[in-house]
Design a protein around this ligand. Structure first.
Ligand SMILES: *Cc1c(COP(=O)(O)O)cnc(C)c1O
Length: 493
């Protein structure tokens, strides 16, 4: 299986090269030259999560030795996750909640970012890369922590994370500034997530800067969801969920399901699209946005217009205007028209918008939920079922309810539950009608009582950890800061 850029199909690379590079040199995203087919459902029914992951990774990453993929899934999906299997399914309120937050950082980013470091290390070794790799990451809150945790103390790798200073939740911030590991760096930027993401993309695109780094022995790579090494592991849990529902007789053989995904950068829902294209019986993909409803507007009109204010909501990991992975989806549904994609992306970058004339698609339904609807859905589901959702998941649930009302489509629904309520206690507490304490650890106690589960150790321990990363910079300074940090500069100055 080879990979090429969404903006130029002529230049092929192997999966190892695509994983090391992260993003193509022309700014496009790597795409497998064809989407492989899943084996028959009956052949997968007996696989546990690790073996299913190995199978699916093997279909895409066929230049990896089997032993490397084995090591990757064993290392990723073992004791780092709570429970027998890394994901759980809770059937509540008419939906099957696919809980993807039982990993080290309590958000779904762990599903891929526990595997990616293994894939990266094998690829570096196999390609004989001498340079140290710098994983450069922009985060809206959850990717940063998951990347730091995933790559912490991995030999030959440094991690540099930029997050928007006022654009993450207090828990997300706390998780990042207390990050341990000799190779981890965390910097707040004065700006929003799109500024951070653009800064990082600019660094990747700066040829001179990259060759200067290379002279000093460094090679940049990405842990953002543009890396194909993140997309593929995310396909696994949709297939797993389908098989599990089938085994539990909650769906019939070959019955189509709909999948609802709370969406920001379009990575998680794109993985669901890949699962469908691989042959999983999926009908609609329901793309749920928060008040930053640029995707809802796009799916309605075919116009993608980022010339609007980025709003800060209670689901910060979805406070995004430039959804990078949409480019991959558009590439596929355009019939792999790389020059059209190239043009649209250039327009987006230069004029702030693009217009896909007579856009239509059968796959994706876009809708959004506002802050009030999010609070209501958290409160109602808790009252009715005693089940708590985090605000991101609640966006998806509220949108699902709207979809149901509008279409009457009663197909079974898999709903991606992307974060633990412990990660966003304030909004959750307010939504179930309780006063929000100032102290976030008191807030966690309230969540713990409401859910009747212990506070997860990953967040309970934050109380005792010292702050190790306090650096703040302007978006213009990002290149300098990276250099400074790599040369052993203190994060805390
Ligand atoms: C990252 C994230 C999302 C959005 O996922 P995308 O792949 O960026 O669309 C949703 N919820 C949570 C909790 C996240 O961390």
């Amino acid at each position: 299986m080879r990979y090429y850029s969404t903006r130029n199909k002529n230049k092929m690379v192997s999966s190892m090269e695509a994983i090391i590079k992260g993003i193509a040199e022309d700014g496009g995203l790597f795409i497998p030259e064809n989407i492989p087919a899943l084996p028959e459902i009956s052949k997968m029914l007996d696989l546990d999560y690790k073996n299913l992951a190995k199978l699916i990774l093997g279909l895409y990453f066929d230049d990896y030795p089997e032993a490397d993929l084995e090591r990757a899934v064993e290392g990723a999906y073992g004791e780092k996750f709570q429970g027998d299997e890394p994901v759980k399914i809770q059937s509540r309120g008419g939906a099957h909640f696919l809980e993807l937050f039982h990993g080290p950082t309590l958000a779904f980013k762990d599903m891929a970012l526990t595997v990616l470091p293994f894939l990266m290390s094998s690829a570096l070794q196999s390609k004989g890369i001498k340079e140290e790799v710098v994983i450069l990451t922009a985060t809206s809150g959850d990717t940063g922590k998951a990347a730091l945790e995933g790559f912490r103390d991995v030999p030959g790798v440094n991690v540099v994370v930029f997050y928007p200073k006022d654009g993450v939740s207090s828990m997300q911030r706390l998780q990042m500034i207390t990050q341990r590991g000799d190779n981890t760096h965390v910097v707040a930027i004065e700006g929003n997530f799109d500024d951070a993401q653009k800064g990082v993309k600019d660094i990747f695109g700066d040829v001179e800067y990259n060759s200067m780094l290379k002279e000093r022995g460094y090679l940049l790579s990405s842990a953002n969801s543009i890396n194909i090494g993140r997309l593929v592991p995310q396909v696994v849990y949709y297939v797993y969920a389908y098989l599990k529902l089938l085994k539990e007789k909650k769906i019939d053989r070959n019955q189509e399901v709909n999948i609802v995904v709370p969406t920001g950068n379009f990575g998680n829902i794109l993985a669901a699209y890949y699962a469908k294209e691989m042959g999983l019986p999926v009908d609609k993909l329901i793309c749920a946005s928060n008040e930053n409803k640029i995707l809802t507007d796009f799916f309605e009109t075919g116009v993608y217009d980022k010339d609007r204010k980025l709003l800060l909501t209670s689901s910060p990991s979805m406070d995004i205007l430039v959804s990078s992975n949409l480019e991959r989806f558009l590439f596929h549904i355009s019939g792999k028209d790389d020059s059209a994609i190239s043009k649209m992306m250039e327009q987006l970058s230069e004029e702030g918008s693009f217009n896909w004339n007579d856009f239509s698609n059968e796959e994706v339904y876009g809708e959004y939920a506002d802050e009030k609807e999010v609070a209501q859905s958290i409160g109602q589901l808790y009252d009715n079922e005693g089940y708590l959702m985090d605000p991101h998941t609640a966006v998806a649930y509220a949108v699902y309810k709207k979809y149901l009302k509008e279409t009457g489509d009663k197909k079974p629904v898999i709903l991606a539950s992307t974060a633990s309520p412990f990660k966003f206690p304030d909004k959750v507490i307010a939504s179930i009608g309780k006063p929000v304490p100032e102290d976030i650890f008191k807030g966690m106690k309230i969540i713990s009582d409401a859910m009747e589960v212990e506070i997860p150790p990953q967040v309970a321990e934050l109380k005792e950890l010292p702050t190790l990363h306090g650096k703040v910079c302007n978006k213009e300074e990002m290149k300098e800061v990276v250099l400074h940090l790599l040369q052993g500069g203190e994060t805390d100055d």
